[in-house]
Design a protein around this ligand. Structure first.
Ligand code: MG
Length: 238
């Protein structure tokens, strides 16, 4: 799996495995004591709304005929273990655990059948949302874009995105439990649809939507998004 980290103040890349820890520049490093960075530096984060049937139902929103897209700015990115800052403008901040796609090669107008060759891999994403502001504003930019509202990581792995278990935990309690086989629009279709609109650059992130069970975060909470065969993204709300 692909990892980025800080060591002695220098940004480094490497590969991570449970068995060997981090290997970077021929050196074997222990995970403990390293500052793990978000695993890539997207020029944009493209998010998909309402991509699990049951999540649309719980929000009482009709099922989309095409993917609903919105963007999060790169300024919202947060590293694994970082602090989600609860904004004073909101009184309902929700977690949304999601599978994220990381683009590996620049692409435009890709067909679904060829999408895989443009994908570097997959990681965990938390589409943190100020739900009250999302309702109030009618469009989603403010609600989705506060600094620290786009935690992702901890690393990028190659998995089968059509059948991965995904789980969100708040303070250790399971609050979302699903499988990406329930996605309305699967990963190849999303790459086709999004790349028909905009050029995707290496490192760009697509957050594929959240399963049912969204709920609120409070200051002091820990929140984890775990995806089978990738790992766990953990953050703290302050
Ligand atoms: Mg979402």
């Amino acid at each position: 799996m692909i990892v980025r980290f800080l060591k002695d103040g220098i940004v480094r890349g490497g590969s991570y495995s449970k068995e060997n820890g981090i290997i970077s520049g021929g050196e074997e490093l222990k995970l403990e004591g390293l500052f793990i960075l978000p695993p890539c530096q997207p020029s944009k984060i493209v998010c998909v709304g309402l991509n699990y049937t049951k999540h649309a139902e719980e929000l009482k929103m009709p099922l989309p005929e095409e993917p609903i897209l919105f963007l999060k700015p790169p300024s919202a990115i947060l590293a694994p273990e970082g602090h989600i800052i609860y904004p004073s403008a909101s009184s309902q901040v929700d977690y949304e655990g999601e599978l994220a796609v990381v683009i590996g090669k620049r692409c435009k107008s890709v067909i679904a059948a060829e999408a895989e060759q443009y994908i570097m891999g997959y990681t965990c994403f938390n589409d943190v949302t100020a739900r009250d502001l999302q309702r109030k504003d009618g469009q989603w930019t403010r609600a989705k874009s506060f600094d620290t509202f786009a935690p992702f990581g901890p690393w990028i792995g190659k998995i089968d995105p059509s059948s991965a278990d995904i789980q969100t935990r708040v303070n250790g309690r399971v609050v979302q439990k699903s499988n990406t086989s329930d996605l309305i629009f699967d990963v190849p279709k999303l790459v086709e649809f999004i790349s028909s609109v905009m050029t995707l650059e290496p490192g760009d992130v697509i957050a594929t939507g959240t399963p049912p069970g969204v709920g609120q975060l409070q200051r002091g909470d820990s929140v984890e998004v775990e995806i089978e065969e990738i790992g766990t993204l953990r953050n703290f709300v302050v």
